[in-house]
Design a protein around this ligand. Structure first.
Ligand SMILES: [Cu+2]
Length: 136
């Protein structure tokens, strides 16, 4: 009886230690998450790529540019269609639809600093939205 209890206690301690000592890399380490600051390429255009997985999120969902030309690509490796439209006050350009396994690109120029929200009109109710920050 005592022996069995001891064995159970040792096993429990081993399991707890094992879990704590062997943390897998967290999702936060993934390069595609978080707020991305976009820098201009050799052509002077700030190019950013958003990816839509099957979780109805843009990754990244927030990116920062400065006034100037922006090239925005929406890549869709998910199994459904997505799109991207800026809400009122944002750029007029939009990506009406990106089919599964395809990508679409738009270019526009931003000038007024502020925060510009965009949505996927198909999945707005599921919270698929993001923010473009125009800094100074
Ligand atoms: Cu969508």
């Amino acid at each position: 009886m005592t022996r069995a209890r001891l064995a159970a206690a040792v096993l429990a301690a081993w399991v707890i230690t094992g879990c704590g000592a062997d943390n897998p890399p967290s999702a936060a380490d993934a390069p595609q998450s978080g707020d991305v600051t976009v820098t201009a390429g050799p052509d002077g255009v700030q190019a950013v790529t958003l990816v839509t997985q099957d979780n109805f999120r843009y990754i990244p969902a927030r990116f920062t540019v400065v006034p100037g030309p922006v090239r925005l690509t929406l890549e869709n490796p998910s199994g459904t269609v997505h799109n991207l439209r800026f809400e009122e006050g944002g750029p007029e350009e939009e990506i009406p639809v990106v089919r599964s396994e395809e990508s679409e690109t738009i270019e526009f120029t931003v000038s007024t600093p502020g925060e510009y929200e965009f949505i996927c009109t198909f999945h707005e109710q599921l919270g698929q939205r993001g923010t473009m920050v125009v800094g100074t």
